[in-house]
Design a protein. Structure first.
Lengths: 409, 349
């Protein structure tokens, strides 16, 4: 009897815990069916984002969730996340376009004739490849730099975030080989899709770009990718690895003493955070059907960081919320507000000052609510009680002390 | 698992001293490149080197601002580069619109005007920098270090957008009232007046700063707070005031650097971002927190930039300048985190 009561209680708890997310997912999946009626509403209709804008918002939110793994979970400030975005986008550009027209290779490509030159792999495969490639880039960046302490690490990642886009911009003549097509970027990139045979068997769309339902298809796919990202992110947080990240964030020395391998754990956070950046980049490149070097600049890294901070560092739901809010402002919101200002006769264009606005949000959040909109319990505790972010002993050089402040203990 | 294996092998490499060898190999390649270029065209090499020296001095003024603040707060003050840009823009307004200095004004008017601008801008931006510290960083002094760093990034964007709001996206410049003609020439290598002006402004500032930090009571207090904040507070040093003074000096240096920069180049709202990163790299290269290190690092970066953009023998060219500067930054942090002149601290390694 008691057991049954207890299990009912548990069920109710689980329902409570899952109820809200399930409701949000349902509302999100039905968005294409009611977006037009929402846009028809009088006062707020103008502020409702179109499906195409939603895709971009979701892509950036995915990157925010990925960045949250590095910044939020492991407490490593990464100012070069845009490098992973670029790496993912260019993977799609290399393996699903006519860039390398000296070869012709098709594998699962949709919507184009088989004799089009260039490497054309299925976008689904390319997205996965982009994730793995970006993961390797993350490991390569991480290995020499992750032993550096917080602010040095931030600067080095910033450096990589600047080098990779410059490489992309100048990469049209790498020893005579046109790798990235320089400032022009690479376009068009193949569309996602399932091809004729799957269309015949299951009714799945042949090619997104050529479909009449283009926006809805991209939206649903983006949403699915985001769900997978969030699911992985939550599971990672609760895994052995995730607990190791949080331990390192709170006190590196204590974590090392408990047997957490510092370098390996940090590298994994980099690699896994990068993975989602690569996936998002590749998907976005396929959505826009192009990869352009002008898209990858430092401000994007700060923009993503701002999402994580606004939402609450370390909180997946926070990254989601922050990502959607700022993504909305970036894609449509500020422009809409600007046009409202214009109608009211005020000459002020908020899109021009968008990065100033993000900077303002960062400063205000850090000063007045550093734990973000959706507070993660552990992180709040750290902010109140302080973390020991300087290790006691210099673990890389045996027998030497660090300048850790005794008041931290 | 691959990551773990790689980590271990990297650790082994480090212990075996192979990274050191790799570092020296890099240096050797660099030396060969320098010598090769010198042999190709010695005159051009020295001419370009003089450009590098001048630019290096400007970077040095900005780098000192980073290194002073880092030394005392362990904070990378991202906003510093943007304060530099804003001060340059305001200085251009003052020179062009307020004072109305023209190209053909008398020498006395030019000297007086420049001096007045220098004093006003340095004072104004000392105040601006102190305000930034007071508003944004003071509350976070006991917060985790990354909190202050993130705030500094936000502050950088705010200052940059203030410049954007005030001056829009156009480039600003001042009339070339200091002639770009030859000041002197030795064996066919010339040095122009406007470059000489850079040296004439920068060197006294550097001398004054060195005197201030090493010989005054306030400078001593700064060094004490940098070493140990709590202990110096116990010794009766007003820590808040000392930090404010540091920010004031950094702001004044940014103002001076901006005026010197204006004598040679155009500026706009985002000039400070790139230059700030270069200057920060210079500060790290010299050993962050170390004043003479910052100037040395800045000179090295200035030379490298000038050689890269001005020489011809196996030179990547200006398209790659940013990558090269960051490459140096990364190499320094990996091979010698304490910088050229810094002492080995646990900070980096």
């Amino acid at each position: 009897m008691i057991d049954r009561l207890r299990s009912m209680d548990l069920d109710r708890k689980r329902l409570k815990r899952l109820g809200l997310p399930l409701a949000v997912i349902l509302v999100a999946f039905l968005y294409p069916s009611y977006v037009e009626s929402l846009q028809g509403l009088p006062a707020i209709g103008d502020f409702v984002p179109a499906l195409g804008s939603m895709v971009i918002m979701i892509v950036f939110t995915m990157m925010a969730v990925g960045l949250n793994i590095v910044v939020g979970y492991a407490g490593l400030l990464d100012l070069g996340y845009v490098a992973f975005y670029a790496a993912g986008a260019y993977m799609a550009a290399w393996f699903a376009s006519q860039q390398f027209d000296q070869w012709t290779f098709h594998f699962g490509s949709v919507g184009i004739s088989k004799d089009v030159p260039g490497i054309h792999l299925s976008i689904w495969l390319v997205i996965l490849m982009a994730g793995i490639f970006t993961m390797l880039v993350g490991i390569l960046i991480g290995l020499p730099t992750l032993r550096l302490r917080g602010d040095y690490l931030a600067i080095v990642t910033l450096g990589f975030g600047e080098i990779i886009p410059q490489f992309v911009r100048n990469g049209d003549n790498v020893f005579g080989f046109d790798l990235t097509h320089g400032t022009f970027g690479i376009s068009p990139i193949d569309s996602p899709g399932f091809g004729e045979s799957l269309n015949g068997a299951l009714g799945l769309p042949v090619s997104y770009q050529q479909s009449f339902d283009r926006a809805r298809l991209f939206y649903l796919t983006a949403l699915l990718l985001l769900l997978v990202t969030v699911f992985c992110s939550v599971r990672l947080r609760d895994s052995r690895l995730g607990r190791a990240w949080i331990a390192i964030r709170e006190d590196e020395t204590a974590a090392a003493a408990m047997g957490v391998p510092l370098m390996r754990t940090k590298t994994w956070s980099y690699a896994l955070g990068a993975f989602f950046g690569g996936v998002a980049g590749a998907f976005y490149a396929s959505f826009k059907s192009g990869a352009f070097p002008a898209d990858f600049f430092f401000n994007i890294s700060v923009f993503l960081l701002c999402m994580v901070i606004l939402g609450g560092m370390g909180s997946v739901w926070g990254a989601l919320l922050g990502g959607m809010i700022l993504g909305y402002l970036n894609v449509e919101g500020l422009a809409t507000i600007g046009s409202k200002f214009n109608e009211a006769g005020v000459n002020f264009d908020p899109t021009k000052y968008q990065f100033g606005i993000y900077g303002f949000i960062i400063v205000v959040m850090m000063l007045f609510r550093p734990s973000g909109l959706i507070t993660e319990r552990r992180h709040k505790q750290e902010l109140e009680e302080g973390t020991a972010d300087t290790p006691h002993y210099d673990v890389t050089h045996e027998g030497s002390d660090t300048d850790r402040n005794p008041s931290d203990d | 698992m691959a990551a773990a294996a790689l980590t271990q092998s990297l650790d082994r490499l480090r212990k075996s001293g192979l990274t050191d060898i790799f570092g020296y190999a890099l240096l050797a390649v660099f030396a060969v490149w320098l010598i090769g270029n010198f042999v190709q065209d010695p005159k051009e090499f020295i001419q370009v080197g003089l450009i590098g020296l001048t630019n290096g001095l400007i970077f040095g003024l900005v780098a000192l601002g980073y290194t002073l603040v880092y030394g005392i707060l362990q904070l990378i003050n991202f906003a510093h580069g943007d304060v530099f840009a804003l001060s340059g823009l305001v200085a251009s307004t003052m020179i062009v619109s307020v004072l109305g200095l023209e190209k053909d004004a008398s020498v006395l008017a030019i000297l007086g005007g420049m001096l007045l601008t220098l004093v006003v801008i340095m004072a104004l931006f000392a105040f601006v920098n102190v305000t930034i510290e007071f508003v944004a960083y003071r509350r976070l002094r006991s917060a985790p270090r990354l909190a202050a760093l993130i705030t500094a990034i936000g502050m950088s964007f705010i200052v940059q957008n203030v410049s954007l709001a005030l001056y829009d996206v156009n480039f600003r410049s001042v009339p070339s009232f200091i002639p770009r003609s030859e000041a002197f020439a030795v064996a066919g290598i010339s040095y122009s007046w406007n470059k000489l002006a850079v040296v004439a402004i920068t060197l006294p500032v550097l001398v004054f700063l060195t005197w201030f930090v090493t010989s005054t009571k306030q400078g001593k207090a700064m060094r004490a707070v940098a070493q140990d904040t709590e202990a110096s507070a116990m010794m009766g040093i007003d820590v808040n005031r000392t930090i404010s003074v540091t920010f004031a000096i950094a702001g004044a240096l940014a103002g001076a650097a901006a005026i010197v920069y204006l004598l040679q180049f155009n500026m706009r709202y985002d000039t400070g971002f790139e230059l700030g990163l270069i200057a920060f790299t210079a500060a790290v290269l010299g050993g962050i927190g170390n004043l003479s290190g910052a100037v040395l690092g800045a000179l090295v970066i200035g030379f490298i930039q000038a050689f890269n953009e001005g020489l011809t023998w196996y030179t990547p060219g200006s398209d790659w300048t940013r990558s090269i500067v960051f490459g140096i930054l990364i190499a320094i942090l990996v091979f010698r985190p304490e910088g050229l002149l810094g002492e080995r601290t646990p900070e980096g390694a």
